[in-house]
Design a protein around this ligand. Structure first.
Ligand SMILES: NC(=O)c1ccc[n+]([C@@H]2O[C@H](COP(=O)([O-])OP(=O)(O)OC[C@H]3O[C@@H](n4cnc5c(N)ncnc54)[C@H](OP(=O)(O)O)[C@@H]3O)[C@@H](O)[C@H]2O)c1
Length: 321
């Protein structure tokens, strides 16, 4: 592959893997998927088999490259090699509590690496699609619109807000997609809230779930689809500076989400003990009354996302349970 339409960073993560599938299945774009590991976790054989088509159909449309986006020179080299029209940044330091203790590492990946992408994007005039979070808000008065004023209360939130600001100040074309409580399934991915719950509850372990954190939850498939819709919306256009909230349809507590999991997977509700966030003594403060209003994405991208129950049903299907 000499040129690519889209380059994806962090392709081995939850979103990266779901995005790879959506781009191969729902578009004709050529893609370069990149992540920090030596090999791609995306399983083409399994993917094609599930769709009942030959893997040849997809093989020529994607390539995997090792890329650590904190390495400025390597990042430039890869962009120079493929000259993508879009860079989709799915890489991030996503462990919110670890960000409080590993501040330097967090900043290096969540902010400095985004600066590397900005510099490199100028080589091919690529538009950057960047993923941000509701953690840029304090959670006093959610749900939030795209125009509400951020006020992060954790180091992770501050780093993600700084990455947004770096894009806004850069002059390059960008779309920021803010999301919230991302969950889903993938090969060798780190446990997210939903996967952790499945693991605990199916092994009949007691879990303590917070009842005072309110917001939407987002299946990674919906966010991946929103990325494709965003690309299609701005392809070939100039002067793109956009922000969209991308999140599941309903606003619920984490506790409700856990109860829905029990209903749909058939787990025992008695395993759940409702608690307050303050009882967890986590290093990073959490926004409590959060949530993202998705009207803009609905009207401008034509995006209809899943409800929590629909997302959990899909997760169950993906996990073959
Ligand atoms: N998860 C949520 O609840 C949530 C909520 C709101 C927003 N978001 C945002 O959504 C985006 C996607 O999150 P996710 O849950 O898909 O994250 P994820 O599963 O942690 O994926 C991130 C990927 O980036 C890789 N990576 C780490 N360091 C890298 C580097 N230096 N260069 C290239 N790749 C590197 C990671 O590899 P390793 O696994 O080896 O580190 C991982 O495969 C992030 O921007 C995140 O901030 C997430």
């Amino acid at each position: 592959m000499n040129t690519a339409n889209i380059l994806v960073t962090g392709s081995n993560g939850l979103l990266g893997q779901n995005l790879t599938k959506i781009l191969l299945r729902e578009s004709e774009y050529n893609i370069v998927i990149t992540s920090i590991e030596e090999e791609s976790f995306f399983d083409l054989k399994d993917f094609s088999e599930k769709l009942g088509v030959s893997s040849d159909k997809y093989e020529k449309r994607y390539i995997y490259e090792v890329l650590d986006i904190t390495n400025k020179e390597k990042t430039k080299k890869i962009i120079q090699k493929y000259k993508p029209e879009f860079i989709v940044n799915c890489a991030a330091f996503t462990n919110v509590d670890a960000c409080e203790t590993e501040k330097e590492l967090c900043w290096k990946l969540n902010v400095d690496a985004v600066e590397n992408l900005i510099i490199s994007s100028r080589i091919s005039n690529a538009k950057i699609i960047h993923i941000s979070t509701d953690y840029i808000f304090d959670g006093k008065n959610g749900p939030y619109n795209e125009t509400d004023t951020p006020n992060p209360i954790s180091f992770y939130g501050r780093s993600k807000l700084a990455s947004e600001n770096a894009l806004k100040a850069s002059g390059v074309d960008y779309i920021i997609l803010r999301t919230i409580v991302l969950y889903g399934y993938g090969n060798k991915i780190k446990p997210n809230f939903a996967l952790w719950l499945v693991d605990e509850l199916r092994n009949s372990r007691q879990v303590r779930i917070v009842k005072d954190q309110i917001g939407n939850t987002t299946h990674a498939d919906d966010l991946a689809y929103a990325i494709l819709k965003s690309i299609e919306k701005v392809e070939g256009k100039q002067d793109i500076k956009l922000i969209y909230n991308i999140a599941g349809e309903d606003i619920i507590s984490r506790l409700d989400f856990a109860y829905y999991m029990c209903e749909i997977f058939g787990f025992d509700k008695e395993l759940i003990t409702p608690i307050l966030t303050s009882e967890l003594h986590q290093p990073a403060p959490r926004p409590l009354k959060s949530g993202l209003i998705t009207l803009k994405a609905k009207t401008e991208l034509g995006l209809n996302t899943m409800t929590s129950k629909e997302g959990i049903q899909l997760l169950k299907f993906e996990m073959n349970l």
